[in-house]
Design a protein around this ligand. Sequence first.
Ligand code: 13P
Ligand code: ZN
Length: 272
Amino acid sequence: MRVEDTDFFKGFVRMADDGWNMGWHERNGGNLSYRIKKEEIESVTDELADGKLQEIGVYVPDLAGEYFMVTGSGKFFRNVRINPTDSLCIIQINETGDSYRIVWGLVNGGRPTSELPSHLMNHQVKKKLTDGRYRVVYHAHTTNVIALTFVLPLKDEVFTRQLWEMATECPVVFPDGIGVIKWMVPGGRDIAIATAKMMERYDAAIWAHHGMFATGEDFDLTFGLMHTVEKAAEILVKTLSIRPDKLQTITSDDLRRLAADFMVTLPERFLE
Ligand code: 13P
Ligand code: ZN
């Protein structure tokens, strides 16, 4: 089977295209990765080559041997659908978990996203905590979330509570809340460690003045999470633009009643 005929490839490309259409991927902004299932990679072994080993820059022993489809560094989401073999690659992690090799794609050269350390460390955390269910990590430059990082205190409690109040389904879609990381230099080990720490608690993390990371089981759920958070941020930006204070909102008791009916647990520290 050809990689381009698989469902995971089609799902990956559709998600990249959807993100582009949302306006979250100016130029080469954002990146996407998917941990490929055993049966999926086995169906395309004929197409895989053996690239040379390159260092990741972080250590991900729990991902040893795993294959990932990832966007290339400097590649534009806008081009993924029309030129996927130039924009994307499949990598395999080595046995010690400190290096990768490109086994498919990036036909005109290049390397995986500069945010590979963050992607892989997030995958490692989620693989462990969800018994392997989570497979997608997505980084996008979500306009309204970024705008809010200039005017709200950079605290998990503040962002979670403010975003939950902006749309009734928010506490149901991200009941654990959302993490916020102060501005850091992107593309490196330190921001990867900080983000992976957030992913031990949350499915989404905000990078101040930069964008967001979302994780999930599949493309739909991960894209849906990114979309829900960004839409709530858009409503908050609009609300704050009309007037600085709210006349009415969803209260802590409302959130408790919602949690009971929708059978989710909302941490008390977001309900004070
Ligand atoms: P890459 O082009 O290396 O994926 O970087 C884009 C980006 O958003 C960095 O944070
Ligand atoms: Zn970015």
